[in-house]
Write a protein that binds this ligand. Sequence first.
Ligand code: ADP
Length: 599
Amino acid sequence: MSKFRLKLTGLFMIMIGISVLAAGLLMGNSYQKNHQEALRDHMIRELHVLNAAAPWPHMDDEAEQSSYLQRQAKRFNEIAGMRVTYINLDGRVMGDSDHDPATMDNHHDRKEIQQALLEGTGSSIRHSDTLMQNMMYVAIKVNSETNDAKQGIIRLAMSLGDIESSLNNMWLALIFGLFLLFAVAGVVSYRVALSVTRPLERMTSAAKRMANMDYAIRVPEGGRDEMGELARALNAMAGSLQEQLDEIRQNGTRLQSVVDNILSGVVMISHDGIITLYNREAEQLLGSTVRERVGRSYTEIRQHFELVALIREAINNPVSVHEELTVYYPEERLLEINIVPMTMSGEDELGILLVLQDVSAIRRLERMRSEFVANVSHELKTPVAAVKGFAETLLAGAMNDPETAKSFLTIIQDESDRLNRLIGDILELSKIESRRSPLQFTPIDLPMFLGRMTELLSAEAAKKEILLDVQVDEGLFLEADEDRLGQILMNLIQNGINYTPEGGKVKVRAEIIEADDDEEELVRIIVSDTGIGIPKKDIPRVFERFYRVDKARSRSSGGTGLGLSIVKHLTELHHGTIRVESTVGVGSQFILELPLLQP
Ligand code: ADP
């Protein structure tokens, strides 16, 4: 039971108790008073009857008078059972039904006597020590039978024992009634308190749950009274809190997913060095999980000594920092680090926000680009220098010897052709890399297509007495960009012819690879030769730009060193793969695998 309900019940019971008690006391008192008054009136009436029946005697002899009155008192006592006392105006007892008047005190000072002397009638209630109980005394002043100056006082005394015992009974009944009333009042007040406190209790427990952020709770709204009003207000509050919380949660999740999916590492550190946020990309870049980091000090990032030093400096001196740092854990990376001082919610001092970006790839690309530019310049310089040198020699006089002039001019022509091819290949490569011309996929009848390719190169092959052979099943189709596929195969077959000594063999074979359940169907085209082969150490690099195993040989065969890198690019644009297997002195085979249908 709630304290409040207990209090309320107690309060009700105290109130009811007090009013019932007051009513009881009032009732008891007035009952007692009424009873005593009735008794007094009754005794006064009896006194008058007694006086009428046996008036105060007109006797001069006091002894005689006294004995008469004594007799009268005794007689009356026998009839009515009440003590009667006859008293002189000066207080002397003249006759008494219960005692001998000679032994009795002067009664002049008794209250009832005083009152009777003054007003004619008097009464008093006193405790009688002789009888050990409360007595009521009533007295009246009477004249003698002849109405002369002789006067006296007659007094009746009666025990109040009977009245008192009936009063006691009444009190007992009253107390019992009171008790019963009290018990009923207790039950009723408990029920009343319950009806008041139950909604309160419900609301209290609802409010407590709201304090624990459970805003789905609602209380029964009840009637139109204040309680109902309060319940409605509480429900409305819960509703609006829930809405707000939902919105905050939504914002939070939105923000969380932004932070999680952002492609930069984000780390927040409070002014006292505690990591408060550590996103997924930071996990990737710095190698520790959120669980290991959030809530701990940044100094625990032991693997990154330089980063820790940088953070320390930023916390001590909050200014923006931009820095590039190489980290070696979990792997070697070049990180671009931006540190911004920022206020955290609820803190006065500045914390810091760290944004990390992996720039290894960008830097690598930049390096590759500048290397490429250097390579291109170098590659272009060689033929230009040759053209220039021979032209100068011709001008210096070699022109006059037709033999020499012809051979020099032939060299100039060859070098210009090379230059042309080189520029052509560079442009081609840049076009492919920048994806300026999208591929046009069409179904290609492979047997026909490969036949045409070999035909185009047959003259070249024949010059070196190389056998060109095509092996492909009839009706094999492939979805590809016809021109680009032609470029790929031309390059591969031409390389085969170039790097195969006279009398060798270059073979092109195409087949379909049956796919497993969820794999796509592939077409494998293998260009193999019986040429010089490629040393093992060079195999991984032959697809790089300008990479040649044997520079001189490549030059003499008119190569640019760009063919295979163009092939690789074009293959990737077709969502395919290319690899090479080779044995020096035996031959090479380039294995091209393309999806039968483009995704
Ligand atoms: P290049 O224009 O020099 O032929 P490529 O990119 O086509 O340039 O080839 C790169 C290098 O790979 C060549 O210089 C050569 O050393 C090697 N190579 C390519 N194809 C073959 C082959 N079929 N047999 C042996 N070596 C080859």
